[in-house]
Design a protein around this ligand. Structure first.
Ligand code: TYM
Length: 322
């Protein structure tokens, strides 16, 4: 069977972009594949963080992943399976400084920052470790993570070539629409957790807030409703969101003006978030159950990855004396 892996960084509240670009596609893959989804809390340590807040957000992220419907997958917290960091080191010894430095996300996040954590540079090695550890064939992610998955493939190929067949080559899979959801207030920028913009919809926004944010979305000049991302980024983004929330193709929509379009988008977003909010509330009321799921998940993940980890150690020349 096909194996799928993805992870979600525990840094701030999840957005509609995370949901449509990666989480719902990850949920859908459960019907056809063996899926493993992790909370990437170690990746959250690559930028300035607050320890207590990180602990809280890690559990919150796990709760939201389950609330979105990942409860048929193996779900666990990355830091609870030490093989992630161990394999990450072996991949740091496979990767080159130049290729890490050239990653778009590294360039963006390090620009103008005096205190860039070294882990921000090596971030893609840890991400590659996450994926390769599970011998994943497919990695459901948004457009912004494509480059990291390509690097993962390169590292796997290089390692296999040098030390013998060890890793499965993964590929990124993107949803047909909404692989890059844009900020509602600035449709030329990606909707992101960290921007704190009025144009970011969070999964736990109350329905009135979510509705208002859509109604205030920046649109484009000229009243026509057409999907044309280059010339009409605002309207195109709304159509994309509507398509992803309703499961209908973008071409199937026809609107006379922006008002009616926005009302339908707002409605569709609220209806998409509603069951997630409800499930989140139920899960939050039972922390013992959450911790049972996560402890069991980590134990199973450790078991499932032990063989691959041993093979990687062996291949690269580390002794096994046990
Ligand atoms: P993260 O936590 O930033 O985002 C989680 C997922 O959401 C997608 N995404 C979006 N999709 C569409 N539109 C947007 N505006 C948008 N914003 C975010 C991201 O592409 C991602 O799929 N490095 C990863 C986490 C990670 C990971 C992994 C992913 C760690 N290890 C292994 C896959 C496999 C990240 O920071 O995603």
């Amino acid at each position: 069977t096909k194996r799928v892996f993805s992870a979600f960084t525990a840094s701030g509240h999840l957005t509609l972009g995370n949901l449509l670009g990666a989480m719902l596609p990850a949920v859908r893959l459960q019907d056809e594949a063996d899926c493993v989804y992790a909370v990437a809390n170690l990746h959250a340590l690559t930028v300035k963080h607050d320890p207590a807040l990180l602990r809280e957000r890690t559990l919150e992220m796990a709760t939201l992943m389950l609330a979105c419907g990942m409860d048929r997958s193996l779900v666990y917290i990355q830091s609870e399976v030490p093989a992630h960091t161990e394999l990450s080191y072996l991949l740091e010894c496979t990767a080159h400084y130049g290729e890490m430095r050239r990653m778009i996300q590294f360039k963006e996040k390090s620009a103008g920052n005096e205190e860039v954590r070294l882990s921000l540079l090596t971030y893609p090695a840890l991400m590659a470790a996450d994926i390769l550890l599970h011998r994943a064939h497919q990695v459901p992610v948004g457009e912004d993570q494509r480059q990291h998955v390509e690097l993962t493939r390169d590292l796997a190929l290089r390692f296999n070539h040098r030390y013998g067949e060890t890793f499965t080559l993964p590929e990124a899979v993107h949803p047909p629409v909404a692989a890059r959801v844009m900020d509602l207030a600035d449709p030329t920028a990606k909707m992101s957790k960290s921007r704190g913009s009025a144009g970011t919809i969070y999964l736990l926004d109350d329905p009135a807030d979510a509705h208002r944010k859509v109604m205030r979305a920046v649109t484009d000049s000229g009243g026509e409703v057409v999907h044309d991302p280059a010339n009409k980024p605002g309207v195109s983004n709304l159509l994309t969101i509507l398509s992803a929330c309703t499961g209908r193709p973008v071409e199937s929509f026809s609107y006379e003006g922006y008002g009616a379009l926005k009302r339908d988008v707002a409605e569709a977003v609220v209806e998409t978030l509603r069951p997630i909010r409800e499930r989140h509330a139920e899960l939050s009321a039972d922390p013992a159950e959450l911790s049972r799921i996560l402890t069991g998940g980590a134990a199973r993940a450790a078991e499932r990855t032990a063989g691959l980890m041993a093979a990687a150690r062996q291949a690269i020349g580390l002794p096994s004396t046990a």
